[in-house]
Design a protein around this ligand. Structure first.
Ligand code: HEC
Ligand code: HEC
Length: 305
């Protein structure tokens, strides 16, 4: 703050303390002056003859008062309060915040130390590691995947056996560390409305669904020509691309006819944000171990048919 403002604050604070002491001393009367006829009154009179004695303040109250004043002076010497004067202790809220941060980081390091050098599979079997993983998940992942990790439309369920990018420890670690970007281009323009309807009909038959409209045979040809490259000839998906299995009953974006049509016609671009830079390798590993512990199996990495 400017020197002028600083001086203003110092003067104001000093006047306050000095003024309070002066007021108290001036109001204080010697003890022992018992009230009686002729004793000092405040001079206030009501109803013609009703006066008000100026009795001494209770001793305990005065003591409390002087202790507060002494405290205020001590505080103003040790801590910042007098304008720009920093206080003898050199305390600042930023220093304190940084010290607390260092302490909690050191504590976290201590907790993390017991997990270093362990594999994701070993961490999955360590109950203490799973507790840390669960907390990390609640803070960093639940907002998208849900606190129970069951996911939402567009955000995959992490507790089932159905993996876009694979459920093996190293695949989970790679997904979490580096993030993932699913790219499914829109087909509306390339195939036209009837083309989308035909391929939609074919896709739905893959999971044994009835067909609203469209020609399944044509749809099958369109699929082989346009979709098999990513989703596979048998439509079982491709974990290298994150292309989902289209033959099961698990749908990332919802399995209603409208939702599947929207996926094909409009495309989909799911983004899993990378965590390595934010959380560091140790926390990523703990998260991978926690996710691994959610899916009963994990390890094979194969999507369930
Ligand atoms: C901003 C939302 C968001 C956050 C936060 C987020 N994710 Fe994801 N995650 C996604 C999306 C979207 C996908 C699917 C990507 C796709 O469609 O290709 C995904 C995919 C995944 C997958 C791959 C699932 C599979 O089937 O292969 C895993 C594992 C995963 N996330 C774990 C995590 C963990 C652990 C965290 C916390 C550190 C996390 N995610 C935080 C949005 C998020
Ligand atoms: C370039 C590779 C690629 C091609 C070609 C492709 N897809 Fe996809 N498809 C994907 C990916 C990747 C996703 C997942 C998108 C995401 O994670 O956000 C996806 C998602 C889908 C979904 C949503 C699945 C769900 O679980 O909700 C459907 C349906 C689908 N594709 C059908 C098709 C059809 C039909 C075609 C051909 C007309 C096709 N795809 C062509 C890569 C592709």
């Amino acid at each position: 703050m400017t020197p002028g403002l600083s001086a203003f604050i110092i003067i104001l604070t000093t006047l306050n303390v000095v003024g309070a002491v002066w007021l108290m001393l001036s109001m204080r009367r010697r003890r022992g002056d018992e009230p009686g006829p002729g004793a000092e009154t405040t001079g206030h009179v009501w109803d013609g003859d009703l006066g008000e004695y100026n009795n001494p303040l209770p001793r305990w109250w005065l003591w409390l008062f002087f202790i507060s004043v002494a405290f205020a002076i001590g505080y103003l010497v040790l801590y910042p309060g007098m304008g720009n004067y920093a206080g003898r202790l050199g305390w600042t809220s930023i220093n304190q915040h940084e010290a607390q941060q260092r302490a909690s980081e050191a504590q976290a390091q201590q907790i993390m130390a017991r997990f270093t050098g362990k594999s994701v599979a070993q961490l999955r079997d360590d109950p203490a590691a799973r507790v840390v993983g669960r907390n990390l998940f609640a803070n960093n992942c639940a907002v998208c995947h849900g606190s129970d990790a069951h996911g939402n439309p567009g955000f995959p369920n992490l507790t089932d056996q159905d993996w876009l990018y694979g459920g093996a420890p190293e695949q989970l670690e790679a997904t979490i560390a580096g993030g993932r970007a699913g790219v499914m281009i829109p087909w509306q323009d390339a195939l036209g409305a009837s083309g989308v309807e035909n391929v939609l009909a074919y896709v739905l038959t893959l999971s044994g669904r009835s067909v609203p409209a469209g020609d399944v045979a044509t749809g099958k040809q369109l699929f082989a020509a346009n979709c098999a490259a990513c989703h596979g000839e048998d439509a079982h998906g491709n974990q290298a691309l994150g292309a989902p299995n289209l033959t099961d009953h698990t749908w990332l974006y919802g399995g209603s006819v409208d939702a599947v049509r929207a996926s094909i016609a409009g495309g989909r671009q799911g983004q899993m944000p990378a965590q390595l830079e934010r959380l560091g390798p140790q926390r990523v590993k703990l998260l991978a171990a926690y996710v691994l512990s959610l899916g009963a199996g994990g390890g094979s990495g194969a999507a369930a048919p």
